[in-house]
Design a protein. Sequence first.
Length: 311
Amino acid sequence: MALAVSVQAQTFSYNVGDLLIGFRQTAGGTYDLVINAGPVSTFTNLVTGGKIVITSLTGSLLKSAFTTTNGLSWSAFACYDASVPSQKNTLFMSRPRADVNTQSDPWGRYTSTSQGNTVSRLNGAGNGAYYIGQASPAGANNAPTVLVESESLNVSPTFSYYSMLGATLNWGGYFQGNPEQNTPATFTADGQVVRSDFYWLVSGGAASSHPAGTYLGYFDFNTNGVLTYTAGPSTSVLVPPAIVSIVRTNTTTTVSFTTGSSGTYSLLATNNLAAAHTNWPVVGSVAGNGLTNSISETNASSQRFYLISAQ
């Protein structure tokens, strides 16, 4: 006797309290990419110095949504609504750093009514992604933790991330500022992460004063497409690397480059300059020590391209 089992692929999932990360092309984009990074409690409970790699975000996924990681805008956000009475209208929101080594000013805490308006927009983005996923075939771009969606969708219940964020980039005018970090036009060649801080905003601030939210940690988006969260304040100072020499002896190439006093510096290499930087293999990595360091690679190819990244 044979037993037939039907397996149905799952589409994007969202529950109140899930941490979402939205990506879009800063100008002229067609698609948004939404990542469900799991319950925000996983991030709030992480010990200082602990790290979480957002494994759902991959180079191939970014490539399917955008042609490059240059000129992207992204934010991380979560909320609790009235379904969690003890934390009603609590917000969790990223804030971009203008300088990778300088923590941003904290977002303020506002009244429950005010934050509730923003909660509605955040839930709109999460539930919108869920319903868009339900109406689309399951696959690599539509799974429980990832969704590539049309940016133009703005009819209930299929709201895109950008339609809820709004043209003013502050959740339809209900939030106090723009939570998005941007990658520059030269991001993939710069070799340095962009960083956003993450804040916990319990509702209850007075109408006339807005006490600072609680600092939780920071997100680093690397030129290779890897997104990492670190709990607590950043202690390392990242200095942009510079290649100072490339020496070829037979089939061995040695690349020398500057480093800062901390951070991790990696050598990436490829034979195809047209390949997305997010797909370049890592040859090796060293810890920053403020000196000129070298990494060698043995490769018989007559044409090879190199890039140094810092994180």
